[in-house]
Each structure stands twice: as C-alpha cells, then as structure tokens.
Design a protein around this ligand. Structure first.
Ligand SMILES: C[S@@+](CC[C@H](N)C(=O)[O-])C[C@H]1O[C@@H](n2cnc3c(N)ncnc32)[C@H](O)[C@@H]1O
Length: 167
C-alpha cells in the first residue's frame, strides 16, 4: 500500500487498473488478427495484456510502464504467466514517449486527456497506416474516433467508454 502511494505521488497518471469487467470489451474493440503486435502504453500491472495473451497466445505483446510499483508487479506476473500458461508478454520499464512503437499494429491506453493529446504527434509520426488504438475513458481533444463503445457502467464507476482510432 505504501509503495503504491509512493509510486503514485510522482506519477502524472496514477496506476489505476482498468476494471476487469471490461477486458472482454477491450479485446473485442481491438479486433486482433494473426500477426498482431499489441502495446499497452502505461501497462500498470499488465492485466490487459495478460488477458489478451491468454486468449490469443500466438501474438506479440509489449507493456511499457515507468512507475516502479506497477512495473514490478507486471514483471513478476509476466514471469509467472510464462511458467504457468506459457504466454509471452514483454514488460519494459521506460517512459513511453522515449520508445519507438512503430511495430505496433494495436495499441491500448488508459491514461489521461492531456497525455492523449501529448501522444498524438508521436502516434502520427511513428505508427503504421492502419494501426488501431483503443483508449479507455479518454479521447484526443481533436476527437477523430472511428467508434465509441458505451461500456454501460454505473454513474460512479470508472472506464465508461472505449474510443477507437485508426491511424
Ligand atoms: C490508469 S493506469 C492504467 C494501467 C493499465 N493500462 C490498465 O488499464 O490496467 C496508467 C499507467 O500509466 C503509467 N504511465 C503514465 N505515464 C507514463 C509514461 N510516460 N511512461 C510509462 N508509463 C506511464 C502509470 O504509471 C500508470 O501505471
């Protein structure tokens, strides 16, 4: 708990995992295919990637996380899932602004509105044509989503919508 609080104190975007009830919706919105490479930018404890990898074990998964507490959890879970479920999820401790994500075919984000806007030039610069982005809760100010999914969550619940973008 103390580690979680300390870790979040320095973060512009704190670690709050996406609710597990919406993982299936995220998978459907991503529309993964054979050969997909999926990034979770700010992967937290890696729950989204582990869920996807269990259902689609042949694809490539990369989680980037710069906050020590969630990173350690995600790294441990990646080792554990490899041993128990034989699935590969690469977890990298880094600032996602500093990593080239040009090999992504699919990206998931659950961040914050200003960070989404800050990421847009990077996406426009690095992403291949056709890369699909699914963002929980937050959209670009210049919203150009190709789809929105209402997750039918309660008034006080997090992650009410998924925004879908195609680059
Ligand atoms: C709201 S949490 C979402 C975690 C995970 N994607 C999920 O949906 O369960 C956002 C995560 O992004 C991480 N984060 C924020 N800015 C980052 C950056 N510049 N580079 C890497 N990770 C970052 C935070 O540390 C936090 O764990």
């Amino acid at each position: 708990m103390l580690l979680w609080m300390w870790s979040n104190m320095w973060a512009k975007v704190p670690f709050v995992g996406v609710p597990v009830h919406v993982l299936k919706n995220i998978e459907e919105a991503l529309e993964l295919q054979d050969g997909s490479t999926v990034y979770d930018l700010g992967c937290g404890d890696g729950r989204v990637l582990f869920y996807l990898a269990k259902n689609n074990p042949k694809l490539k998964y990369v989680g980037i996380e710069n906050s020590p507490f969630p990173f350690v959890i995600a790294k441990f879970l990646s080792w554990w899932h490899k041993r128990v479920n034989n699935i590969d999820v690469k977890i990298i401790k880094e600032d996602f602004f500093k990593i080239n994500i040009g090999d992504a075919t699919h990206i998931f984000t659950y961040l914050y509105p200003n960070i989404m806007d800050d990421l847009l030039p990077k996406f426009d610069r690095e992403l291949k044509k056709g890369t699909r982005l699914v963002s929980a809760s937050f959209h670009f100010t210049s919203n150009r989503a190709i789809g929105e999914i209402d997750l039918k969550r309660g008034k006080y619940q997090l992650a009410k919508k998924l925004y879908i973008y195609q680059f």
